[in-house]
Design a protein around this ligand. Structure first.
Ligand code: S3P
Length: 435
C-alpha cells in the first residue's frame, strides 16, 4: 500500500528485499529543469519529471513568475518567459530548500519585489549563506531574525559579477549564485571547498550557456539559456533507502534501473562497496548530459566504514539511511565533516541519533557526525518525523532490522515531498522476496 497521507503510520515488514524497480526522477534535476526552462528562450521538454511536493513548489513558483508549464503525454513542457515578472503574491516553497535558495538567485536579477517563504521546517533553515553573496552582487535581500531565516524579501535589480569563495560545499548556494550570474554584468564565479552536485553546470551547458569548470571553481557570464530536452534519471537519494537495506538484510538482492550515477552523487555506492556489499553497475550511458546505469546491490556481511572529507557532499542526503545500515555492520562506522546534516529539513544528526539510540543502536553523536558500533539488533520505536521525509523513510528501513517489531511514524505526509511511491516500492520489494 502506498501511504503518504497525513497522519501516523505503523510499519511492520520483514525482509529480505528482492526485485528490480525504477525509482522516481531525480529531485535536483527536476527542480532545475523547471527553473532553467522558465528562464529559457523557447520550450524545454522534460521526461521523467519527479511528481512530488517539492517539485510542485518550484512549478507553482515559475508559473507565478510568468512561465507556462503543461503536461503533454509523458512529458512536461516548460515555456520560458521573455522577461520573468514580479510575482503578484508571496511564493510558498513548502518544504523545499532547493526551491527557495535557487529562487533567491533568479529573483535577484528580476526587477520587482518578491517574498519567499515555506513551511515550519523550511522557516528554520539558514538563508544567510545565499543572501550574503547575492548582496555582494548588488541585490537587495532581507530575511527574518537578522537575515538568518525565511521568509526572504528580494528586490531584484542590476547585478555585477563577483568571485565568491564558499565556506561550505553547497549546490544550492552555488546554483543560486550562478543563476544570478546569468543576469550580472561581467563574470561571476564560485569556488567551493569540495565539489557539490553539478547538475546546474551540466544542464546550463546543455542549454547553450558557457559555464566553465576549472577544478573547484565554476565561472559563468550573462546569457539566456536555450530550451532543451531533459531526461531525468532515477534519484539515487531515493534508491539509497532500498540499496542500503538490501546490503544489510541477508538474502536481499535489489536492482534499480535507469538510476542517476553522476559521480557527484554516488558516494553511497562507494560506501556500500567499502562496507563489503556486492555492488554491480551495468549498462552505463549518458542521456541529456546526465549519466545513468542499472545498479544492483546484494547483501553481504558488512563492516564499519569511515566517511569524511570530500565524500560527504557526494552522499549528504543519504547519510540518515547509511546510519541505519551502519547499525548492522560489524565494527565501527565513523561519520565526520557532516555538520551540514544539522541544517537539513531537520537536524538529522540529532533526529537519527536520538531515534536510533532508542531503537537500541550504539551511537555517539559529534558536532559534525557520529560514531556507530555494530552490529546491534534494533527494536520497535515511536518516531517523530519532524517534517523530514528522510527521517521518516530511514526509520521505515530501520524497522526491517527490528525483528518483526513495529516502528510507528508519527506523520508520513512529509514523504510525499520527494518520494510518494516509497512505501509501495518497499512493499513490492518485500513481496518480491516471497516465494
Ligand atoms: C540540493 C543540494 C543539497 C541537498 C539537497 C538538494 C540541490 O543541499 O542536500 O537535498 O538540489 O542543489 P545543499 O546545497 O544545502 O548542500
Amino acid at each position: 500500500m502506498t501511504t503518504t497521507s497525513k497522519g501516523p503510520l505503523t510499519c511492520r515488514r520483514e525482509g529480505p528485499l528482492r526485485g528490480t524497480i525504477e525509482v522516481p526522477g531525480d529531485k535536483s534535476v527536476s527542480h532545475r529543469s523547471l527553473l532553467f526552462g522558465a528562464l529559457a528562450e523557447g520550450e524545454t521538454r522534460v521526461r521523467g519529471l519527479l511528481d512530488a511536493g517539492d517539485v510542485r513548489s518550484t512549478r507553482a513558483a515559475v508559473e507565478a513568475l510568468g512561465a507556462t508549464v503543461r503536461t503533454e503525454g509523458d512529458e512536461v513542457v516548460v515555456i520560458g518567459a521573455e522577461k520573468l515578472r514580479e510575482p503578484g503574491d508571496v511564493i510558498d516553497c513548502g518544504n523545499s530548500g532547493t526551491s527557495l535558495r535557487l529562487l533567491c538567485g533568479v529573483l535577484s536579477g528580476v526587477p520587482g519585489l518578491a517574498v519567499l517563504t515555506g513551511d515550519a521546517s523550511l522557516r528554520k533553515r539558514p538563508v544567510r549563506r545565499v543572501i550574503d553573496p547575492l548582496r555582494r552582487m548588488g541585490a537587495s535581500l532581507l530575511a527574518r531574525d537578522g537575515d538568518r531565516l525565511p521568509p526572504v524579501v528580494i528586490r531584484g535589480g542590476s547585478l555585477r559579477g563577483v568571485r565568491h569563495v564558499l565556506e561550505v560545499a553547497s549546490a544550492q548556494v552555488k546554483s543560486a549564485i550562478l543563476l544570478a550570474g546569468l543576469f550580472a554584468e561581467g563574470e561571476t564565479s564560485v569556488v567551493e571547498p569540495q565539489r557539490s552536485r553539478d547538475h546546474t553546470e551540466r544542464m546550463l551547458q546543455g542549454m547553450g550557456v558557457p559555464v566553465r569548470v576549472d577544478g573547484l571553481e565554476v565561472k559563468i557570464s550573462a546569457g539566456r539559456p536555450r530550451g532543451t530536452r531533459v531526461d531525468v534519471p532515477g534519484d539515487i537519494s531515493s534508491a539509497a533507502f532500498f540499496l542500503c537495506a538490501a546490503a544489510a538484510l541477508p538474502g536481499s538482492r535489489v536492482t534499480v534501473r535507469n538510476l542517476g550515477v553522476n559521480e557527484t552523487r554516488t558516494g553511497v555506492l562507494d560506501v556500500l562497496q567499502a562496507a563489503g556489499a556486492k555492488v554491480t553497475v551495468a549498462g552505463a550511458r549518458e542521456i541529456a548530459g546526465e549519466p545513468r546505469a542499472d545498479v544492483t546491490v546484494e547483501a553481504a556481511e558488512l563492516r564499519g566504514v569511515e566517511i569524511r572529507g570530500a565524500l560527504v557532499p557526494r552522499l549528504i542526503d543519504e547519510l540518515p539511511v547509511v546510519m541505519v545500515m551502519a547499525t548492522q555492520a560489524q565494527g565501527r562506522t565513523v561519520i565526520r565533516d557532516a555538520r551540514e546534516l544539522r541544517v537539513k529539513e531537520s537536524d538529522r544528526l540529532a533526529a537519527m541519533g536520538e531515534t536510533l539510540a532508542r531503537a537500541g543502536a550504539r551511537i555517539e553523536l559529534h558536532d559534525d557526525g557520529c560514531t556507530i558500533d555494530g552490529p546491534t539488533p534494533l527494536r520497535g520505536v515511536a518516531v517523530q518525523t519532524r517534517l523530514d521525509h528522510r527521517i521518516a523513510m530511514s526509520m521505515a528501513i530501520a524497522q526491517l532490522f527490528a525483528g518483526g517489531e513495529e516502528v510507528v511514524l508519527d506523520d508520513v505526509a512529509c514523504v510525499s515531498t520527494s518520494f510518494p511511491s516509497f512505501f509501495g516500492l518497499l512493499d513490492a520489494l518485500a513481496q518480491g522476496a516471497r516465494p
